[in-house]
Write a protein that binds this ligand. Structure first.
Ligand SMILES: Cc1cc2nc3c(=O)[nH]c(=O)nc-3n(C[C@H](O)[C@H](O)[C@H](O)COP(=O)(O)O)c2cc1C
Length: 274
């Protein structure tokens, strides 16, 4: 069966699908011809759907994806640079949460947006654990503190560099510096042997983070937690992660208790212009 079909009537031979294909597996033999797959199409197509999505006339259909299955881009929803600038600068890490749960449907939408992140070779390698139960989040934070106490004993300089003593001291005084009392936790995990799992999961969590802000939700990277997941087998098992995976990021999630009326400054770009 053909890898893709091209509607001859609709195709205007503009070559856009050829120019945009990331792996050059679409070719046009002469100006009059319609695009056709290269001989190695099956080996190298990333299944990114770009050829279908970019075709201005909707002429291109992959075996598994037609133009009608792609969401149209609504130009009325384009954000202005001013909106984007304020939104991106105004995103904050939130560490004080309301005691209110986020509906599952909202978390599902966050994950769908996260899954639209770029990923190396379009592998989309991310998997998710969503801890919905606030008591379970607290339990996991306690396990991170257990791990931190062990690192303080076994590798004091490493513990010092990570600030683990303060994490344990705070916990003993009743304050959770691991999950900050967030009602939910989202962990991204992926194959430990895929060389781009770190970047891919980070990017997916970053989109989740931004979309959460647009919904008025609060998020914060749970750095101690995912470091502990990969280093402390009881925590890894508590999250039911497959043995061939590692956690590549984790995010606290909930409704923020406070709003930021100002945006704190950040370092100016340090650049070498060539
Ligand atoms: C990889 C990573 C790990 C982080 N881990 C934690 C964490 O464990 N606890 C926490 O309170 N904040 C954590 N943060 C949030 C940073 O402290 C925060 O991004 C930084 O202070 C800047 O604040 P802003 O995000 O509001 O701009 C982490 C951020 C990143 C990128």
């Amino acid at each position: 069966m053909a890898h893709f079909t091209v509607d001859k009537e609709k195709c205007n031979r503009d070559g856009i699908c050829v120019a945009e294909c990331p792996t050059q597996v679409i070719q046009i033999d002469s100006g009059e011809e319609i695009p056709r797959p290269t001989d190695d199409f099956g080996d190298y197509c990333l299944k990114c759907g770009h050829c279908v999505a970019v075709c201005p006339t909707g002429a291109m259909s992959l075996r598994w994806l037609g133009p009608e299955q792609c969401m149209p881009v609504n130009q009325d929803l384009r954000v202005t640079p001013e909106q984007a600038g304020q939104f991106l600068r105004g995103r904050r890490s939130i560490r004080a949460f309301k005691e209110k749960k986020v509906p599952r449907a909202t978390i599902e939408e966050l994950l769908r947006i996260a899954c639209s992140a770029p990923s190396a070779k379009n592998q989309q390698p991310w998997h998710w654990v969503v801890v919905e139960d606030p008591m379970q989040v607290r339990h996991l934070a306690g396990m991170v503190v257990e791990w931190a106490s062990r690192v303080i004993q076994s590798a004091p300089s490493e513990a010092e560099a990570m600030g683990l003593t303060r994490v344990v001291d705070s916990w003993n005084k009743g304050y959770d510096r691991v999950c900050r009392g967030a009602p939910h936790l989202i962990v991204a995990h992926a194959d430990k042997n895929w060389p781009f799992s770190t970047e891919d999961c980070t990017l997916a969590l970053s989109l989740l983070d931004l979309y959460a802000a647009s919904l008025g939700l609060g998020t914060c990277w749970a750095g101690y937690l995912y470091r502990a997941v990969n280093a402390y087998p009881p925590l890894f098992e508590a999250l039911d992660l497959p043995p061939e995976h590692l956690a590549f990021g984790a995010m606290m999630l909930g409704y923020p208790r406070f709003r930021y009326p100002r945006i704190p400054p950040r370092k100016a770009p340090r650049v070498i212009w060539k």
